[in-house]
Ligand binder design. Structure first.
Ligand code: ZN
Length: 129
C-alpha cells in the first residue's frame, strides 16, 4: 500500500483521528468494495455523560451498507468501541462519525471512489486495493 489509498479514503470519508480507514478491498469479481475502519484510541469520551478519557470496555463488530457507486456494492466495517464509564457507570457504544443521521458518505468520497474505479484498469485497480 505504498500509494496511501487508506489515507485518501480516510480524508475523503471526512474521518478524523482516532478514526481511520485501515484497509480497502476491491472485489472486481463480486463487484463490491469493503472498507475496514479502525478506531485508534484506547480511551474515549462517554457518549452518555460526556466524561472524557474513559477506558474501553470492548469492541463490537458492525457493518454498514452504503449506496452502490459505479457497479460496486460498498460496505463499511468497524469494530466499534464501547466505553466503560467511571463517571456514570454505564457501558455505551460510541457513535461512529459516518453513521450520523444525514451524514453518510460525503460527495467528495463518492467522487473519489468513482474516479478510482473508472480511471484504473481492472488489473491495476485490483493490485492497488
Ligand atoms: Zn458516562
Amino acid at each position: 500500500m505504498s500509494l496511501g489509498v487508506e489515507t485518501l479514503f480516510t480524508s475523503a470519508l471526512g474521518l478524523r483521528p482516532p478514526w481511520a480507514v485501515e484497509s480497502v478491498k476491491l472485489d472486481t469479481v463480486g463487484r463490491r468494495i469493503d472498507f475496514e475502519i479502525t478506531c485508534q484510541s484506547a480511551r474515549m469520551a462517554c457518549p452518555e455523560c460526556g466524561a472524557e478519557h474513559q477506558p474501553l470496555h470492548d469492541r463490537l463488530r458492525r457493518s454498514w451498507r452504503h449506496l452502490d457507486f459505479f457497479q460496486f456494492e460498498a460496505w463499511l466495517h468497524c469494530d466499534v468501541p464501547r466505553v466503560s464509564c467511571a463517571a456514570c457507570g454505564k457501558t455505551t457504544q460510541v457513535s461512529v462519525p459516518w453513521a450520523r443521521s444525514g451524514s453518510g458518505f460525503t460527495a467528495a468520497f463518492e467522487a473519489l471512489a468513482l474516479a478510482l474505479c473508472r480511471d484504473l484498469p481492472v488489473k491495476q485497480a485490483a493490485a492497488l486495493f
